[in-house]
Design a protein around this ligand. Structure first.
Ligand code: CU
Length: 141
């Protein structure tokens, strides 16, 4: 009698765990990025620190060439068009957070409305496909 009870507990406990593990293996990982600060529509004072949160991807320095990794990029009052191309460096308004940073302080924003687009790209500085991006517009007073 006691032996049957142990077997029953064993199977009841392991079956759902296996099902969850299989679902995790089968489901594609959803990669997201979010600008957590400032929030869309905020009024802030300079300097403005842009804070970023990513899921489903490991944020690493751009020198690391591994699947499932990337680094943040910011487009500050700058359009974003590099869907399948290398994001340029040295361009005003485009920032590569190439050391794996998850926040970046903008210390030269003038008073007024500003737009920041965050994009995650791989070690080649090519945006992840499908695109992983977020946009906020805020006012510096
Ligand atoms: Cu880059």
């Amino acid at each position: 009698m006691k032996k049957i009870l142990v077997i029953g507990l064993c199977c009841a406990a392991t079956l759902p765990v296996d099902a969850v593990a299989q679902a995790r293996r089968a489901a594609p990982v959803k990669v997201t990025v979010r600008i957590t600060s400032p929030r869309n529509g905020d009024t802030v004072t300079a300097p403005v620190t842009i804070k970023l949160a990513a899921t489903g991807v490991r944020i690493v320095p751009a020198t690391i060439e591994e699947a499932g990794t990337g680094h943040h990029h910011l487009f500050v009052d700058h359009d974003f068009v590099w869907l399948n191309d290398t994001i340029p460096s040295g361009s005003p308004g485009i920032y590569h957070l190439a050391k794996g940073e998850t926040q970046w302080t903008l210390d030269s924003l003038r008073p007024g409305t500003h737009r920041v687009i965050a994009v995650i790209a791989d070690y080649r500085h090519i945006p992840l496909n499908p695109l992983v991006a977020d946009t906020v517009t805020f006012v510096v007073k």
